[in-house]
Every structure is written in structure tokens, then in C-alpha cells.
Design a protein around this ligand. Structure first.
Ligand SMILES: *Cc1c(COP(=O)(O)O)cnc(C)c1O
Length: 391
């Protein structure tokens, strides 16, 4: 189609064209891209579990015992023993009454918000929330009020103003860890607002699950408010190394989602082997190995930040393994990313609409399994690539 070609040309001219890069072999700290081995610095596989031998073994065993596919949606014939076991395990992980699997974080957020809210209701949504939350707000047809990122005072003012015309349910929704900035939601303050205004609180902890908190239970554990969250959403495809997502909360919440969430109802359930790997991943994360992996993740994060700073870069310092290096405009960002790739370091450039205009960045992430020396070298090269392209 001529029209499509034209749209692609426009994207390309604005340095906003996206293309796929194919990884050969398994996900690890070093991966093969085309003809070259590169150090991977932009994966969400924070703990290195994606290729962990115990996950692989559990997946193989489940394939043998339960076959490749589930053959149906959960409400028809596709609700298998491993799904039920994993849901029990996830509820225990978040200390809630119940949990429900979704096929992805995207499907979870769109399904949860669509199912729970309608035109009489109000959603208060952080400005930097993930795209799947934004799409869920749209699907719900609730009145959506976007508050400035992390700004509790502004949110409070919006709630006071909104109070006079209140009709239905109110829900605040926020990422636990913001995926592009790596900072945390002010959960304790949001809990205070939730209590004052009789409002539900939903936390999308895609990047916190497995990474933050004493036992890897996520941002709410780290900020000491796990029991105060009404709706925990988390994913199995990032630190947990597999695929899929879940919601954890009260029994009525889960039962209502089973009845109303369209992305849950009208979709084939996860393959049983996927559930089997997640069960093993949760045991690892909550146990001694998880603790050790989180410690090396933390040490690597501190080490990498220090190296970037001593190489002269200004970085946003966060308490998560997400380390954004701001580069400004798309052309400079993609040039820096391409140069780094040439040198054997894979750091993806992030452009609008994923981040606001003028806020392009190299979004570096560290893994627990990176070696100290690799991170040091990477920091020096990143600094050189960013400086030469910015100036
Ligand atoms: C990755 C991500 C999702 C989507 O999860 P998938 O399982 O990859 O679909 C949702 N929310 C946030 C904050 C994320 O970072």
C-alpha cells in the first residue's frame, strides 16, 4: 500500500522508525545479534532466570507431562492443574486471598481496568504509567484524570475538586517501578489518599516483582505497604524469566475478573510449561538464591552508576536496575545506540511515543549476572558514545 509506505517514510525521516533485531540462541548477559556477540544491557531479565537450568528443566518436564498447548480458554476447557497451582502460589507470594493469571501484562492491565470500571467511575492515573494502563483506561470508558508524575499534592487537589461530583468508584493506578525512568511510585502517600478518599489502589509491578523487597515481593514490600494494595498486578516475563502476568487481591476481585475481564475470557490460556517455569521462578526468587541474585543485582547497579558518573555522565540515580541516560533527540540517541552496538554493547535507544518528546534516552539495565569488568567497560564506551553524539 502506497499510504503505508508513505507513513513508514515519514517515521524514517523523523528518526522514529522501529525495526526488529533478531537474537540467536538463549537470553543471557551476552547474546548473538547477527554476526556479532554483544553485551546485553537492555533486558528486563534482571536476575538472569530466562535461561536458568531449573526453569528449563521444569518447562521440559511439563511439556512431557502436559503437552504443548492448553487447547482452550480458561472458562471452556483450558484451565489446567498447573494454572491453579501457580495462582495459589502467586496469592501466597503477595499475601492475598486469590490470584488470577493473564496471558501478558498488556492483557492484564487492559482486562482489569475494563472489567472493574465504567462510565460513572473515575481513574486517577500517573502521567508516566505504562501504555497498557493507558489503553485499559480507554477501554473502561471511565473518566480518566492523569496526574503529574509522582505528584501526590497535585493528585490530592484533583481528588478534592472531583469530590463534589462523585458518583461511582474511584481507583488510583500506578506503575510500582516506572519502566522508563526506573523510579518508584510514592506508594505510602497513595495509601494515605486511598484511605482518606475511599478509593482503590492498583499497582502494576512489572519491574518490581522479583527485584525489590526483602523476599522479592516487589515495590510494595520494599516500601512496606504490601497489605494496603487492593489490586496487585505483576508480570512473569521480566525478573521471573518466563512469560505471562497475574493479578492478586481479594476473592471477589478475582471472581469478578473471571466473569468480566475480556482479555481473560476470550483468549487461550497460557501453555502449561509456561506455568511450570513460573512456579520454579517464584521458589527461586523467594528463597536463598533469589536473595543472593538481588544482592548482586544491587551491587552491579551501584557499580555501573559509579562508573557512568566517573566517566562524566549525568545519570538519573534510582534504586532499581533501570538506568536511563538522557540523550535528548531521536537522531543523537539512535546514533549513540548504533555506535555502541558496533563496539559490542547493546543498549536500546528509547524514543517517543514510549517517552515524551525531548526525553529520548539510552535505557540501560543491569542484570545480576553481569560481571563487574563488563559493566566498567560498558560505562566508558557509553559515556564516549553519548558525549560525541550530544555535542
Ligand atoms: C512490561 C510491562 C507491562 C507489560 O507486560 P507484558 O507481560 O510484557 O505484556 C505492563 N506494565 C509495565 C509497567 C511494564 O513494564
Amino acid at each position: 500500500m502506497e499510504l503505508w509506505r508513505k507513513q513508514l517514510q515519514q517515521l524514517s525521516a523523523a528518526n522514529l522508525l522501529r525495526t526488529l533485531r533478531t537474537v540467536d540462541g538463549a537470553q543471557d548477559t551476552r547474546i548473538t545479534l547477527g554476526d556479532r556477540e554483544v553485551l546485553l544491557l537492555c533486558s528486563n531479565n534482571y536476575l538472569g532466570l530466562a535461561n536458568h537450568p531449573l526453569l528449563v528443566e521444569a518447562g521440559c518436564r511439563a511439556l512431557q507431562d502436559y503437552g504443548a498447548g492448553s487447547g482452550g480458554s480458561r472458562l471452556i476447557s483450558g484451565s489446567m492443574r498447573l494454572h491453579a497451582d501457580l495462582e495459589d502460589r502467586l496469592a501466597a507470594f503477595k499475601h492475598t486471598e486469590a490470584a488470577l493469571l493473564f496471558n501478558s501484562g498488556y492483557a492484564a492491565n487492559t482486562g482489569i481496568l475494563q472489567a472493574l470500571l465504567g462510565p460513572d467511575d473515575v481513574i486517577f492515573s500517573d502521567q508516566l504509567n505504562h501504555a497498557s494502563i493507558i489503553d485499559g483506561c480507554r477501554l473502561s470508558r471511565a473518566r480518566t484524570l492523569v496526574f503529574p508524575h509522582g505528584d501526590v499534592e497535585a493528585l490530592e487537589r484533583m481528588m478534592v475538586a472531583e469530590q463534589v461530583r462523585r458518583k461511582g468508584l474511584w481507583l488510583m493506578v500506578t506503575d510500582g517501578v516506572f519502566s522508563m525512568d526506573g523510579d518508584l511510585a510514592p506508594l505510602p502517600e497513595l495509601v494515605r489518599l486511598k484511605e482518606r478518599f475511599d478509593c482503590l489502589l492498583m499497582v502494576d509491578d512489572a519491574h518490581g516483582t522479583g527485584v525489590l523487597g526483602e523476599t522479592g515481593r516487589g515495590t510494595a514490600e520494599y516500601l512496606d505497604c504490601l497489605p494496603q494494595i487492593d489490586i496487585h498486578m505483576g508480570t512473569l516475563g521480566k525478573a521471573l524469566g518466563g512469560f505471562g502476568a497475574f493479578v492478586a487481591g481479594s476473592r471477589p476481585l478475582v471472581d469478578l475478573l473471571i466473569n468480566r475481564a475480556r482479555s481473560f475470557i476470550f483468549s487461550t490460556s497460557l501453555p502449561p510449561a509456561v506455568a511450570a517455569t513460573a512456579l520454579v521462578a517464584l521458589d527461586l526468587v523467594a528463597g536463598a538464591e533469589g536473595r543472593a541474585l538481588r544482592e548482586s543485582l544491587h551491587a552491579n547497579r551501584v557499580r555501573f552508576l559509579q562508573s557512568l558518573k566517573s566517566a562524566g555522565l549525568q545519570v538519573m540515580e534510582q534504586s532499581t536496575p533501570i538506568i536511563p541516560i538522557l540523550t535528548g533527540e531521536p537522531a543523537a540517541t539512535m546514533a549513540a545506540s548504533a555506535r555502541l552496538l558496533e563496539e559490542g554493547f547493546f543498549v536500546q535507544g528509547i524514543r517517543p511515543p514510549t517517552v515524551p518528546e525531548g526525553c529520548c534516552r539510552l535505557r540501560a539495565t543491569v542484570m545480576a549476572t553481569h560481571r563487574a569488568e563488563e559493566l566498567k567497560q560498558a560505562a566508558v564506551r557509553i559515556a564516549a558514545a553519548v558525549r560525541s553524539d550530544v555535542c
